[in-house]
Design a protein around this ligand. Sequence first.
Ligand code: CTP
Length: 152
Amino acid sequence: MKTILTYGTFDLFHIGHLRLLQRLRALGGRLVVGVSTDEFNTTKGKHTIVPFADRAEIISALSCVDLVIPETCWEQKADDIKHHQVDILGMGDDWRGKFDDLSSLCEVVYLPRTEGISSTQIRNSLRMLSAEHVRELKQALDLMSAIVERFD
Ligand code: CTP
């Protein structure tokens, strides 16, 4: 049985995440998932809606996942590969080429992403619905109405 390792933030868990994890597990057996901590995401300028503990709990509950570990920095991958005796490091193909330097330690594969969905896209849609954004739109509308009235 092979051990597969992957990393990700998995904010607002969606079908692209599920398909990637299922396809990784199907590569050979035991799947270890590094979930990015909130502190690590902050250094990347990424702000999640779902906090780390909840994201990690959701990933842990999946039948295709055997172990969740925290991802706290870019540099931990080599140690994780050795510590968990990883055979394959697998990522979505938005990361293509980025981890090739680890191929001396294990096989590195990039799987195609699911088209048309991402956490960023869902976060942006939620933002569009936020009360603050609706208030901003209403203010803009009021301003435009006032301008139009001046020309009546
Ligand atoms: N992924 C995927 N298909 C998608 C979205 C993500 O296969 N439609 C994969 C990514 O390639 C990555 C893993 O899921 O290997 C975790 O990605 P993550 O960055 O957490 O998800 P995104 O939806 O891409 O989030 P964001 O928009 O915040 O980058």
